[in-house]
Design a protein around this ligand. Structure first.
Ligand code: SF4
Length: 354
């Protein structure tokens, strides 16, 4: 059962308090390049990204956030480190959320100014503790960025905001290994009722990062922990969003996109199935329909699986059987299988994109 956290709101997206776990990503573009950033946000929107974060390394980036906010179809979060003036400018630019650690901003009056400006605009703040940048005194006390050290750091930042009367908070604790991530979030979830942003940071490339994120975030979500998530990958952020939804779908927590089924192939397969499966999955990746599409290699398990799906193809020798709602529609030559299946899905669901 999901832990019931306090609810906050980033733009029009509810976080915590029983709302569906929201999927977010971070732009990899230079924030000062508004056109490139908006183009990336557009691609992320197509695959269902719900919240976007941009790094704010300097004042030009903080100013550029206004144009990005104006052109973005989803709520925008400014990622700030150290400089309270950047946070104030980002708020002026109209962002929907801030990610900053109040303990790293310096004097209390600077934090107080940011909190005052955020609170006037009802803008939530995410405290994001990262194992790689833990406070020195905690490293001395614990020796390493242990889960306990990171939770102590997070609670210290939370207390600063609470001391200023602010409670529009969400918290993340990120390290690059799964075991410490699990323990840190377990401890944090026991300690506070603020919504949690979960992720395994610096998880790696699309291949290794997907595995680490699926294991780490999958376990946390299954334990009821996590109100919004970001999958961190060294790659296209579009893949981060796709992986996030696949994790959520595999746990029955979100329904976005098709359920795609394909067989691993074996010695019985007499068609070149892998490119067909890859093409079908890619071309239907944009489709937000609650349907199952199956691509199967042969007549042993293929027809059964294809029949169970809403749409499917079961390979034969140099050809395949096309299924819809459990019925065989027709035979198609191997070369036309991907096209035939995709076109049938699009026609039947009245979807436009090729
Ligand atoms: Fe092998 Fe056929 Fe099963 Fe695919 S569906 S793994 S080809 S037996």
């Amino acid at each position: 059962m999901r832990k019931l956290t306090k609810q906050i709101q980033i733009g029009d997206v509810k976080i915590g308090g029983g709302a569906p776990c929201a999927v977010q990503s971070m732009c990899s573009t230079d924030t000062r390049d508004v056109a490139a950033t908006l183009a990336q946000i557009g691609r992320l929107a197509e695959v269902g990204c719900e919240i976007i974060r941009c790094a704010v390394p300097d004042m030009d980036a903080a100013i550029a956030l206004a144009a990005i906010k104006a052109g973005s179809s989803m709520p925008l979060i400014a990622d700030i480190h150290f400089d309270y003036k950047l946070a104030l400018k980002a708020l002026e630019s109209g962002v929907d959320g801030l990610r900053l650690n109040p303990g790293n901003i310096g004097e209390r009056w600077k934090v107080a100014e940011v909190v005052k400006a955020a609170s006037e605009r009802k803008i939530p703040i995410r405290i994001g503790v990262n194992g790689g940048s833990l406070e020195k005194d905690l490293l001395v006390k614990y020796g390493h960025p242990t889960p306990e050290a990171m939770v102590e750091s997070a609670l210290g930042h939370v207390r600063i905001l609470e001391g200023l009367g602010y409670d529009q908070i969400k918290v993340s604790i990120k390290v690059s290994d799964v075991v410490r991530t699990l323990e840190a979030y377990r401890l944090l979830s026991e300690a506070i009722d603020y919504p949690l942003h979960i992720g395994v940071t610096e998880a790696g490339t699309v291949f290794s990062g997907t595995i680490k994120s699926s294991v780490g975030l999958g376990i946390l979500l299954h334990q009821g922990i996590g109100d919004t998530m970001r999958v961190s990958l060294t790659g296209d952020p579009v893949d981060e969003v796709r992986v996030a939804y696949d994790i959520l779908k595999s746990l029955d927590l979100r329904k976005r996109g098709i359920n795609f089924v394909s067989c691993p192939t074996c010695g019985r397969c007499q068609i070149d199935l892998i490119p067909v499966a890859e093409e079908v999955e890619k071309r239907l990746g944009f489709l937000d329909k609650n349907i199952t599409v199956a691509v199967m290699g042969c007549a042993v398990n293929g027809p059964g699986e294809a029949r169970e799906a809403d749409f499917g193809i079961a390979g034969g020798k140099g050809e395949g059987l096309l299924f819809k709602n459990g019925e065989i529609i027709r035979k198609v030559p191997e070369k036309e299988m991907a096209d035939a299946l995709v076109e049938e899905v699009l026609r039947s669901t009245e979807s436009q994109k090729p």
